[in-house]
Design a protein around this ligand. Structure first.
Ligand SMILES: Nc1nc2c(ncn2[C@@H]2O[C@H](COP(=O)(O)OP(=O)(O)OP(=O)(O)O)[C@@H](O)[C@H]2O)c(=O)[nH]1
Ligand SMILES: [Mg+2]
Length: 296
């Protein structure tokens, strides 16, 4: 084991560029939720890639934007903290968007980081060659960016090269996690995230950012292979509660059905999911609620 290499790699980038999709694809398992909306990821998500002679511990982070509330401040801090004490930083850009003002601000921040920076231009499957080339040229103009690669987290193109590039920054060290462990997120948090993902995907534009999910209890039945999961969807307004519940409870039912499928797949057993909706005004600015939902 003396030749074993390992290290931490933070995945950093603007919202919606595909950081979580990339993590899931590299790991080969869905551990970080993905939607087409900005600011999907709210916490640091650890994903472990284990090979025979090396291990990469990825840290997926929230897309960096200007915070609008305490939750936003927390999310920004998670991303900034992840720039320290890692072996490498994987900066992700969206080929169809290029290097925008917000990406440039983030790159300036990364120029101060101690760790080497690898840039990955994502979504080349839907970008023109010109767009990808332009992004690459801009990224290469940053002297501290060691390597610029491109590909697609969706199709998997370019990910083998990316893994090899990151491998080059690993150092002799321990296997931090057992090789069959893909994340250190507790099942309870993963369940909550899967429910939040379905809520984000199914709800209208104005509700999603104010949605939080708390899983109160997970209990295995004694008489059979089944799990009872009790969870609450929090929102900020009466009108939002109405939208989440839907006509005759139809929306809540749909959120429940779709998230249950994912939760069952994750837990490997049938699940009885009980969902509630509660209003907590301005919860994204309330320390107690942030703490309760795991944002601390
Ligand atoms: N076509 C295409 N779509 C992609 C690719 N990677 C990600 N996406 C899509 O881009 C959207 C955002 O993906 P996420 O992985 O949630 O992005 P993120 O950077 O983690 O976003 P935040 O957590 O909000 O910061 C989703 O709709 C993905 O399906 C890709 O390589 N190609
Ligand atoms: Mg994400």
């Amino acid at each position: 084991m003396s030749d074993f290499l390992s290290g931490f790699v933070s995945i950093i980038g603007s919202p919606n560029v595909g950081k979580s999709t990339l993590l899931n694809k590299m790991i080969g398992q869905k551990i970080s939720i993905v939607t087409d909306r900005a600011q999907t990821t709210r916490n640091k998500i650890t994903g472990v890639l284990s090979r025979q002679d090396y291990q990469i511990v990825f840290l997926d982070t929230p897309g960096v934007t200007n915070p609008k509330n305490k939750l936003g401040e927390y999310m920004q801090k998670v991303a900034y903290d992840a720039m320290n004490e890692v072996e490498a930083i994987l900066f992700v850009a969206d080929a169809t968007q290029g290097v925008r003002e917000k990406d440039a601000v983030l790159l300036d921040k990364l120029s101060q980081a101690k760790a080497p920076v690898v840039a990955f231009i994502n979504k080349t499957d839907i970008a023109s060659l010109g767009q990808a080339n332009e992004a690459e040229e801009t990224l290469r103009s940053y002297a501290f960016v060691k390597t610029v690669l491109r590909g697609s987290a969706e199709t998997g193109k370019g990910l083998e090269e990316l893994e090899q590039a990151l491998r080059g920054f690993l150092v002799p060290g321990p296997q931090y996690f057992p090789e069959d462990m893909v994340t250190d997120q507790p099942e309870r948090l993963l369940c909550g995230e899967l429910i939040r993902e379905k809520a984000l995907l199914l709800l209208r534009e104005e509700v999603p950012h104010g949605v939080g999910v708390g899983v109160e209890k997970m209990e295995r039945r004694e008489d059979r292979d089944m799990m009872d999961v009790y969870a609450t969807i929090y929102c900020e307004r009466e009108s939002h509660k109405g939208i989440i519940i839907g006509k005759g409870g139809s929306m809540l039912k749909k959120i429940g059905q779709e998230s249950r499928k994912d939760i069952e797949w994750m837990l490997g057993c049938p699940v009885n999911l009980q969902l509630w909706v509660k209003i907590k005004e301005d919860w994204r600015n309330r320390q107690g609620m942030l703490h309760e939902l795991g944002y601390e």
